[in-house]
Each structure stands twice: as structure tokens, then as C-alpha cells.
Design a protein around this ligand. Sequence first.
Ligand code: SAM
Length: 289
Amino acid sequence: MSEKKLYSPKVIKEIIDEYGFAFSKSLGQNFLIDKNIIDKICDGAEIKESDQIIEIGPGIGTLTQELCKRARKVVAIEIDKNLYPILNNNLSSYDNFYLVEGDVLKIDLNALISDYFDDDGEIKVVANLPYYITTPIIMKLLEEKIRISKIVVMVQKEVALRMTAKPGSKDYGALSIAVRYYSNPRIIVNVPKNVFMPRPNVDSSVIMLDIYEKPIVEVKDEKLLFKIIKAAFSKRRKTLVNALSLGALGIAKEDIISILNECNIDVKTRAENLSLDEFAKITNTILSK
Ligand code: SAM
């Protein structure tokens, strides 16, 4: 029997009728209905036969099907129990498919990797993410320093622009710097609303994060680096001196001025003009006091 074309709206409607499934808006369920985009995601991830894949939110298994064809193993994490019988049926012909039932934000990903994956080869995260938790998922994947080489995911276009923004641009912020600390980000393709069912309210982009083996800048205290970045951007309109000497860091204004001078950073500049390197310099200078 030929395989179901899970990206076909007609097939999705049949599945909805057969299982009495209803889309959940609150779980960010917008399923892909365009084979071309599925191929672009998989091509972008440069999936090899030896790759092991974590998929977040497989839905009815549309992207999963293609991942199972290309990769050694696919472990898909899905929160919606109404989708479990659908996924198990739709993917029953693949012995390299594993369903993990649960909330990606609560799962111990290091344990998942050691439970399911072999030690050799690359591990990649490939997904059409639920948009209500895009940033927490990306930050969890990066901060937990799990053994992954690439993240290739569909996100809201606006979040993709923030993740890839350079200093001085309006989209540049704490998220841009955090992503750049751990990875080299780029947008693979922008995606219109009509490739999803139901259509989302926002435009989308597929982004690729190439994960560094170790962070690109060296800081002696990562927590302090992110505390400084957060403090600087929480007062985006203020000069860096004022943003950093107002509370969170507990450092007096005159000390911040002398630290910035030592780093050759203009005291009147704003957070949005500072590179990751400069934030790292500030962190290490504070620590050297
Ligand atoms: N991959 C499918 C596709 O492209 O057609 C579905 C993508 S849909 C945008 C997002 C999926 O993530 C849904 O299946 C949803 O149930 C699931 N999801 C939502 N929140 C989740 C969570 N916290 N953990 C795991 N999966 C989640």
C-alpha cells in the first residue's frame, strides 16, 4: 500500500474525521501542507543517513515521515495525547521512529539523548515549532548544552529576525546575543501563511543554528554575562551607563564608567549598539576587579 500523503489537506481532513481530532490553538497546532517546504527544511538540515534527529511537536507526522526516510533515527516529542494513536498508525512502517510523550520544556534532554541515541554521528533538532513557546524551546536547547550540531526549525518570522539581528538594528536584543553566543544563525527561507492548516496569523521563517562546540567568546562567568545583557536591554532607551548602574548589578555609576572606559566603550552608547564581544569584555573586566 502506498504511503499516506500527510501534507495533503484532503488526507488531514480524513484523519480529523477518522479520529475525531480537533486542532488546538493553544498548543500552536498549525500543520504543514506543502511538500516543498518539508523538503526545504530537510535539505537545510543537510540530513545524512547517519544522523539522529530530535523532532519537537510531530503533529500527525508530516515532517516526521520525511525525516524517517532520510535519517538513522527520529525521536519525536509530542505533548498532545490525541495525536499519539494517529502518529503511531501513520508512522507504523518506520522502525526508526520513536514517540516520546510529554512536554519538551519539562523533558531532560540529556537523559533522552543517552537513552535513545548512539554515541557516533551527529544529532540534529528539526521541527516546525509550536509558536507560543519558540523562545523558551530554543533557549533550553542552547543553554542545556546538549550534544546537538544543528537546530533547523520553523519559527515566526519576527523571532527569526530577532535571532539573526546584528548590532545597531531594530531587531537586535538579548535573544540575538544569546543565540550568537552558542551558534551561527541564518534564515534558510521565508514561508507564507498558506503552507499551514489552519493558517497562522503571522509569517514564518525556517532558521538554521549551527551550534559551536564551545561558546564563541570566552567569559569567566556565563551567568554574569547574561545578567549584564538582561540589565542592559531592560533599559534599552537609556545609555549603557544608566542601564547598568540602575539596580540589578549593584555596581555604582562611577565604577561602571571606569569599567566601560577600560573596555574602550563609549559611555554614552546604548545596549543595541554593543556586540557580544563587548558584553564579554565588560563581564571579564567586572570580574577582574
Ligand atoms: N510537525 C507538525 C507539522 O509540521 O505539521 C506539527 C507542527 S505544530 C506547529 C506544533 C506541534 O507541537 C503540535 O503537534 C503541538 O501539539 C506540539 N506541541 C505544542 N506544545 C508542545 C510541547 N510543550 N511539547 C511538545 N510538543 C508540543
